[in-house]
Design a protein around this ligand. Structure first.
Ligand SMILES: [Zn+2]
Length: 124
């Protein structure tokens, strides 16, 4: 679970000044905004905490395979592949699509290939 924690810190100062602007200036320049205050000046902290949906999961929630939406899938995490030395399509640096697919299917038996050319697996 992810939470958005808003920390609201409030300092209240009682300032002698000729105008609001001057009082604001003094509050900005002459005071330290922290918890060490002497009455009647004060410091307060308040937390506003909200549950957050995981941004990544929400964005990646829907994938499409042959234009059909599929839900509750996520991108595979392990996506580095070894070129197959016996394959004529593979190179030293390059793994061809077939070999890549084979390696992924071994790693993730229930993997699926989406219309946006990504590999996804069901979320548990
Ligand atoms: Zn290959």
């Amino acid at each position: 679970m992810k939470y958005r924690v808003e920390v609201v810190q409030t300092n209240v100062f009682y300032i002698e000044a000729d105008s609001k602007e001057r009082a604001r200036e003094i509050a900005t320049e002459d005071y330290i905004w922290d918890e060490a205050q002497t009455a009647p000046d004060s410091y307060n902290v308040h937390f506003n905490i909200e549950e957050q949906e995981d941004q990544d999961n929400r964005e990646n929630d829907v994938y499409y395979i042959e234009d059909e939406p599929i839900y509750n899938h996520k991108l595979i995490e392990n996506d580095d592949f070894e070129p197959n030395k016996e394959c004529s399509q593979c190179d030293v640096e390059y793994t061809c699509w077939d070999c890549e697919a084979e390696q992924i299917r071994e790693r993730y038996p229930d993997v699926r290939y989406t219309d946006s050319l990504e590999w996804v697996v069901p979320t548990k």
